[in-house]
Design a protein around this ligand. Structure first.
Ligand SMILES: Cc1ncc(C[n+]2csc(CCOP(=O)(O)OP(=O)(O)O)c2C)c(N)n1
Ligand SMILES: [Mg+2]
Length: 327
C-alpha cells in the first residue's frame, strides 16, 4: 500500500524522535539516572515506528520490550514525559514510579508493556475477540520479538486468531537474537513468519531497517483486519546494535561482534536509510530535516526536565496497594 507524502513525513518525524529518545534513555542509564535497566533499541527503532504510526487512538497496542516500547508508544501518541518519569521512579510517572518498565497507558490503549516474554499472546486474542464482538473496526497490534515465538502460547494465539478471524496483527521484530541465543539456534526455519503458513494466516517479510517498508506492510495488515478479513503475520527483519540490555551486571558491556560486523550493521542504521530516502524522493529538504531534529531534541529536553523536577515516589505501605486489583 503506497504511502503519501504526509504519511512519510510523519514516519520520518517519529523515527527521529524514537532515535533521540532511545539515545537519551541510553545516556541516562549510563549516568545512573534510571531505575532498573534498559534494553537499548539502537538499530531497531524502525519496526515499532512503522507498526504503530497509523493505528487509530481506539486500536489496542501491545509494545515489544526493546526500548521499553518507546518507539511503538510515541508513534501511538503517548506523552513521553510520563514514560521517563516512570523510569526515573518519580511520582509523576504513568504508574506513579512503581513499575520500573512494566506499565500501561490506558488512555492510548497501550497495555501491559512488560519484560515477561510472550506475556501478550493471550491478552491480544481476548482483545481481538472483544473487538470482533464490538464490530467497530478496532484492531490489535501485537509486537514481540523472535524469541517469544518459541512459546506454546504464541502458537495457540495464532491458531485461535486465525480460526476466529480476529483483527490481530502478529508483528514479529526479528533481530536474530534472544539475549545470547541466535534465532537460527532457536527456530528450525529461517523465517519466523513460516509459522503463519501452518495456520493458513497470510504473512509478509519486510526490511525492518526501512521504516517506510514496515509501515506499508502494517497499513495493509491493519486495513485487512479492519475489514474483518482476519489476522496477518508480519516479520520485520531487524538488528540489535548493542548488548541485550544495560544495567544487568552479567549482560552489560557484553560484546561478541567484530569491528567489521559492527561497521556493516551500521550501514543499515534506520535513520540513515530513511534520510537518504526522503532527500532522494524530495519529501523533505535538509533544512526541514534539521528542524525536525531540533524539535525532537527540544522535546527530549522538556521530558528530562519534567522527570528531573518531579518528586521521588515514596508511597506508604497503604498506597502501595492502590491500583492493585486483588487486595
Ligand atoms: C517468560 C520469560 N522467559 C525468559 C525471560 C528472559 N528474557 C528476557 S529478554 C529475552 C529474550 C527475548 O528475545 P526476543 O523476544 O527476540 O526480543 P529481543 O530482546 O531480541 O528484542 C529473554 C529470554 C523473560 N524475561 N521472560
Ligand atoms: Mg530477538
Amino acid at each position: 500500500m503506497a504511502l503519501n507524502t504526509e504519511q512519510k513525513t510523519t514516519l520520518y518525524r517519529n523515527l527521529i524522535r524514537a532515535d533521540e529518545f532511545n539515545k537519551m534513555m541510553y545516556r541516562r542509564m549510563m549516568q545512573g539516572k534510571l531505575i532498573g535497566f534498559y534494553h537499548p533499541a539502537e538499530g531497531a527503532i524502525a519496526p515499532g515506528v512503522g507498526a504503530a504510526s497509523f493505528l487509530n487512538q481506539d486500536d489496542n497496542l501491545s509494545p515489544h520490550h526493546r526500548g521499553h516500547g518507546i518507539t511503538h508508544m510515541l508513534a501511538k501518541g503517548i506523552d513521553i514525559k510520563y514514560y521517563l518519569a516512570e523510569h526515573t521512579g518519580k511520582d509523576t510517572g504513568c504508574c506513579k514510579g512503581r513499575s520500573a518498565f512494566h506499565f500501561s497507558f490506558p488512555d492510548h490503549k497501550v497495555y501491559m508493556m512488560s519484560g515477561f516474554i510472550g506475556y501478550n499472546f493471550a491478552p491480544v486474542v481476548g482483545w481481538g475477540f472483544a473487538a470482533k464482538r464490538r464490530n467497530q473496526g478496532q484492531v490489535v497490534m501485537n509486537c514481540s520479538g523472535d524469541g517469544s515465538y518459541g512459546q506454546g502460547r504464541a502458537h495457540e494465539a495464532m491458531l485461535m486468531a486465525q480460526n476466529w478471524k480476529l483483527p490481530v496483527i502478529f508483528f514479529c521484530e526479528n533481530n536474530g537474537m534472544s539475549i545470547f541465543s541466535t534465532a537460527m539456534e532457536m527456530h528450525p526455519k529461517e523465517h519466523i513468519s513460516s509459522l503463519a503458513d501452518g495456520f493458513g494466516m497470510p504473512s509478509s517479510i519486510v526490511d525492518g531497517q526501512d521504516v517506510f517498508a514496515v509501515a506499508e506492510a502494517s497499513v495493509e495488515a491493519i486495513d485487512r483486519a479492519r475489514k474483518g478479513e482476519g489476522p496477518t503475520f508480519i516479520e520485520a527483519k531487524t538488528l540489535r546494535f548493542n548488548e541485550h540490555d544495560i544495567g544487568t551486571p552479567d549482560l552489560s558491556g557484553w560484546e561478541e561482534r567484530s569491528e567489521e560486523e559492527h561497521a556493516s550493521m551500521r550501514e543499515r542504521e534506520p535513520v540513515r536509510i530513511a534520510t537518504a530516502r526522503v532527500l532522494d524522493e524530495g519529501i523533505l529538504t535538509q533544512s526541514a530535516i534539521d528542524q525536525i531534529i531540533e524539535e525532537a531534541l527540544a522535546e527530549v529536553q522538556g521530558v528530562e526536565d519534567f522527570a528531573d523536577s518531579s518528586d521521588i515516589a515514596r508511597p506508604s505501605v497503604e498506597q502501595l496497594m492502590d491500583g492493585v486489583f486483588a487486595k
